[in-house]
Design a binder for this molecule. Sequence first.
Ligand code: TYM
Length: 331
Amino acid sequence: MRRIFSGIQPTGIPQLGNYLGAIRNWVGLQRDNECIFCLVDMHAITVWQDPQALREQTLAQTAVLLASGIDVQRHILFNQSAVTAHARLAWIFNCVARLGWLNRMTQFKDKAGKDRENHSAGLYVYPDLMAADILTYKATAVPVGDDQRQHLELTNDIAQKFNHDYGQDFFPIVEALIPPQGARIMSLRDGTKKMSKSDPSAQSRIEMTDDADTIMQKIRRAKTDPEPLPSEEAGLENRPEARNLVTIYATLQQCGIQDVLDQHGGEGFGPFKKALADVLIQHIAPIADETTRLLKEPGFLRDTLRDGARRANVIAEPIVAEAESLVGFLK
Ligand code: TYM
């Protein structure tokens, strides 16, 4: 049985991209794997977070994950800062990773933009902590969206250098599990930009707690072009907004892009958007309702995370203690 690890930042309500690119796959992987899922609050503070909001969002995300089908009886869900082994291994990895490797990380460049000097050192070494998250458990498979691909390549570079430097086959090589469709859901306002929790416009994303009216309204206002839908996939070329809406529809329905075009090709966006909103509501409404119910039980959500952290710690502690011995820390 493979050990799976994945994480999500507790910075706002998960959006449709998080769900289709990651969370839904986490749920499916629970059947045949040992899974560890983490709310990465230490990653979250690499950019400013209001402390009270961070606490609330950590619980809210726990509710969304449980409502989506994460099974905490059989698998582990916890918040990162509660298992100190992550921070200890991350420090070792800060000393293993090379500056040149970190300089190539496109996500840092995107987030820091031109104002590089004014960002936290934590944002720069973010991928080292991510490698530590995974390797703290010697996990071998990581289900993520497309934007995390480069970070997982770096994880493998770090694992290999650690193994080489300390003369052991200690850390495994990690496989990225990136879904063939839905790994990069785009903004509803701009088909060339990734859908994101941190986009200032809430109109750019569907949140997993949106009600039916909100979903309907966001999809109605979603940017499109004046042409009807093509009947062949090639007709979506250079039409990023149209492609994105068709991709969302296909991924939700677990069918191919061409299947959607066979059904809706030639239609204007009016009727297609109505069909898309209906499918979205069908998938999201039950998750939103269950999230609302769970949010009324903050004590239960806290206990769930605490229990997850305790079980995560049992796996993490011996692995990180051995890594510390390998680098020469006196015990
Ligand atoms: P985060 O919180 O940005 O996103 C969580 C997951 O959602 C995926 N995702 C998307 N997939 C498709 N389309 C989108 N528009 C979209 N937006 C986000 C992400 O790829 C991710 O899988 N660095 C990670 C969290 C992390 C982590 C880890 C992941 C920390 N440690 C260890 C895996 C393993 C992040 O910021 O995810």
